[in-house]
Design a protein around this ligand. Structure first.
Ligand code: GDP
Length: 500
């Protein structure tokens, strides 16, 4: 097939898709406090839009052009009464080399409530300026082509990051690590679709390259393989972003609440010797070696109760267990030893027989990481402790946490978290949002339908098959925001605060 024709088609495709997002935001200039609200040393107020320079002129006067991205110490005046509000730093970011892509500026002023209120009032008096809504600066950056949706979401995650590993992952995403992966597939799918269209147009002619269909099939199969590899990530990125949901389960009185308190280093749950104290799920989020963990203390799981409150607690505990990423199965060390000795069994058998009697849904525990832990080792004799050591099970005492056993346990636990969350890296950025996963799965489905229909010897209606390819492309573009609906944008931007 004529190579130039293929190139022209490809260009037209890129052009069509590149121009498919238009900026629905109006031409007005927005302003907002971008640093936290409250008394502090320095506060940052941002302005973005076409009248930014005019706002600067009005508040600080511009006898000379400001050098872009340089800090100037300036006196800031109110435009109506000409009163001096404060002295602070002023930075000028002419578009398109700014965060939003528009002309923007920043006022770095003393962080008192009165100074902030006066500057906000002064900016409000400048014609053509209005306060920004939540996430509006980032929305402008998105519509201005500065960020794609994955970078926007990375930025939101960076703002909300609470642990070091979360920060790393969000930082990579906000600087385009995922965007590059998806854009690569997008470009290749566009090329495939363009070549197919060129092929349709040239079908009647004689100068068709024989291998064009084969090349297309090969490339699409390569893309499927790459997407599948990306999907096969054990949800590491999502777990790191959302926190590892960790259910603490076991029989009543084995020390589940004590364990939660020990791990969180505060009295989160009530501890008593009375069985059945915990009825509801008690959750507590904790930063563990840089990994976020959402511990959930649950009601003791056992069979002998008619108490309706306890039964409800057990039902919630089972639900929590089924939704968890990690299950910590706590046992009483004496009970474990007795059980293994009496039944001449192994740890694995003990664990399975305990879980079996819980009548959980089938497959509820499939692919779940279950960690057996024995508690109350302080109650064991030296001989019993030796026997337990031979069994090679994680050993702790929540009552006397300072035993030598605690450190190896904590190290092991951190290792489990590292395995579950993985290490964020630029080479293999992870899926962090369920919506990416859903769109990628759909993308594969569409490509597969296309490949099934489009076997060269079947001769289907190629034009109809080509639509499947465009559907696959749209799935990727919904992730990056090259095609977007208000529904998606509302979800993405809901995590932003005013000033971001
Ligand atoms: P849960 O019902 O599984 O949540 O257990 P709790 O944490 O409420 O503890 C039940 C009882 O066991 C309380 O009296 C705790 O003080 C006690 N306990 C918990 N952990 C230990 C431990 O490591 N050693 C000893 N000796 N007692 C413990």
């Amino acid at each position: 097939m004529n190579t130039i024709y293929k190139l022209v088609k490809t260009f037209k495709y890129f052009h069509r898709y590149a121009s498919s997002i238009s900026n629905p935001l109006t031409d007005c200039t927005i302003f907002s406090l971008s640093s936290g609200y409250g008394k502090c040393g320095v506060s940052v107020i941002r302005v973005s839009g076409p009248r930014t320079k005019y706002a600067l002129q009005t508040l600080v006067g511009l006898r000379h052009e400001l050098k872009p991205r340089y800090a100037y110490l300036k006196s800031i005046y109110h435009p109506e009464n000409k009163e001096l509000i404060d002295k602070g730093l002023v930075l000028w970011f002419p578009g398109p080399a700014s965060f939003t892509g528009e002309d923007s500026c920043e006022f770095q002023v003393h962080g008192s409530l009165a100074v902030i209120a006066a500057i906000m009032d002064a900016l409000g008096k400048v014609p053509g300026l209005r306060p920004a809504t939540a996430g509006e600066f980032t929305k402008r950056a998105f519509f201005g082509g500065k960020l794609d949706l994955t970078e926007v979401e990375g930025l939101a995650d960076l703002i909300h990051a609470e642990t070091e590993a979360q920060r790393k992952q969000a930082m990579l995403q906000s600087t385009g690590a995922l965007s590059r992966v998806y854009d690569n597939w997008r470009r290749r799918l566009i090329r495939c679709a363009a070549h197919l269209e060129a092929y349709i147009d040239f079908a009647e002619e004689e100068n068709i390259e024989d291998d064009v269909v084969m090349q297309l099939n090969k490339e699409l199969r390569r893309i499927i393989t790459e997407i599948r590899e990306h999907l096969n990530d054990q949800r590491q990125g999502e777990m790191l972003r959302n926190g590892v949901r960790t259910a603490i389960v076991g029989a009543p009185n084995v020390g589940k609440s004590s364990f939660l308190n020990m791990m969180c280093q505060r009295e989160v749950a009530i501890v008593t010797p009375i069985a059945g104290t915990t009825r509801d799920i008690i959750e507590s989020t904790h930063n563990f070696g840089g990994y976020p963990v959402i511990f959930a203390d649950t009601a003791g799981l056992h069979k002998q109760t008619q108490d309706i409150v306890e039964l409800e607690g057990m039902s919630r505990a089972k639900e929590c267990l089924q939704n968890a990423d990690l299950i910590l199965l706590l046992t009483d060390a004496r009970e474990l030893l007795a059980n293994i000795a009496n039944n001449n069994g192994t740890l694995k058998e003990y664990q399975s027989s305990y879980l079996q009697q819980l009548d959980l849904d089938e497959n509820a525990l499939a692919d779940k990481r279950i960690q057996l832990i024995t508690n109350k080792i302080d109650l064991l004799s030296t001989t019993e402790l030796q026997r337990l050591t031979q069994i090679d099970v994680l050993r702790i005492s929540c009552k006397e946490p300072n035993t030598v056993e605690l450190q190896p346990f904590l190290q092991h636990f951190e290792g489990v978290l590292r395995e579950l969350c993985g290490q964020p890296s630029a080479e293999h950025p992870r899926i962090t949002h369920t919506r990416y996963r859903q769109q990628l799965e759909r993308c594969i489905e569409h490509i597969n339908i296309f490949l099934d229909e489009y076997a060269p010897d079947i001769y289907p209606d190629i034009a109809i098959s080509a639509q499947k390819l465009r559907n696959a492309l749209k799935c990727i573009e919904r992730i990056t925001g090259h095609v977007s609906s208000n529904d998606i944008l509302d979800v993405v931007f809901k995590d932003f605060c005013i000033g971001k």
